[in-house]
Design a protein around this ligand. Structure first.
Ligand SMILES: [Zn+2]
Ligand SMILES: [Zn+2]
Length: 314
């Protein structure tokens, strides 16, 4: 198996302790607020529904956020599956930031640790952490979905896992400006809604649907890769973990739910490699490549697709 990332620094600690204040912030932003937003969506949809303007804004923000995470945070920055021009790199960084899933270096550090220890001791979010029996697995899935954000007493240390990203001035600037990026993730839909309708009411309803509810949905869709796509589904490729393919997760995450091949070959730019596995994120990377904006794309190697097959007789 190829290494998922450039080799981490050998003499730095893998994890660092988290302060209580920071854990509380994670609890609010990553666990409680999304749940409250989803609860809020029920009376909002029941009471006055979602109009076409808010639907267009929310769907556009959803696509920007999910593509930003899948193509930017994940495939480009965490796994170096391709390289691209500075303008596109910055655009992908900002798009990923719209998802409100944390600064880039922290996201990438947690994810590189996930690949190193997937479903074993040291994985920050394995659903198998508490065991295989019904209740233990349910508890593990909740842990993988959002529980670990709050229960973990230690975070993956960026200096250990992502020295390459910390050496990038654009990434450092982006992380320093992360609070402003989060503010933009909510201000942008509100501004578009307000200007489109030329009313404060239009700004508020766009903030609700395109900001709050969209961010909550994006979160739970993304985290379902960590919980569902490490629990259910098919595993056509040989890996050391329980990563799997789940079609509905792949549809909602624009390709990320084809998670089994991703663990077999983490640096590959395409995750849906089998017949019928549509991977919109890989398709977009292909378009970037054709436009001359992306280069050095690591497309799947046909020989490795065969050698990694789980049903292959050695
Ligand atoms: Zn995984
Ligand atoms: Zn990955």
């Amino acid at each position: 198996m190829r290494s998922p990332s450039p080799r981490p620094g050998p003499r730095t600690a893998e994890t660092v302790a988290i302060t209580t204040g920071r854990r509380t912030a994670y609890l609010v932003v990553l666990v409680v607020l999304p749940v409250l937003s989803l609860i809020l969506a029920v009376p909002a949809a029941w009471g006055w529904g979602i109009g076409p303007r808010d639907l267009v804004i929310a769907v556009a923000m959803y696509f920007v956020s999910i593509f930003g995470i899948a193509i930017g945070y994940h495939r480009l920055f965490t796994h170096r599956a391709f390289a691209c021009d500075r303008g596109l790199r910055i655009a992908l960084m900002l798009a990923g930031g719209m998802a409100v899933e944390g600064p880039l270096t922290l996201w990438a550090a947690e994810h590189r640790r996930h690949h190193k220890y997937a479903d074993r001791e040291g994985d920050p979010h394995s659903p198998w952490r508490y065991g295989d029996s019904g209740l233990a697995l349910l508890r593990g899935m909740l842990h993988a979905q959002v529980g670990w954000f709050y229960t973990a007493r230690r975070r993956s240390s960026p200096p250990h896992w992502v020295p390459d990203l910390l050496a990038d001035p654009d990434v450092r600037r982006f992380d320093a400006a992360y609070p402003a990026v989060v503010a933009m993730s909510f201000a942008l839909p509100a501004a578009v809604g307000g200007l489109w309708s030329m009313s404060w009411q239009g700004a508020w309803s766009a903030l609700l649907w395109g900001g709050l509810i969209r961010y909550a949905v994006v979160h739970h869709v993304t985290w379902s890769v960590n919980s569902i796509a490490h629990t259910f589904g098919e595993r056509p490729f040989r890996t050391r973990d329980r990563s799997s393919n789940v079609r509905w997760v792949a549809t909602l995450t624009l390709g990320e739910g084809w998670h089994n091949w991703h663990h077999a070959e983490p640096t590959c730019a395409r995750h849906g490699v089998l017949k019928g596995q549509f991977d919109p994120s890989a398709r977009l990377i292909r378009w970037f490549e054709r436009a001359g904006w992306a280069h050095g794309v690591r497309w799947p190697d046909p020989a490795r697709l065969i050698s990694h097959r789980a049903d292959r007789v050695p």
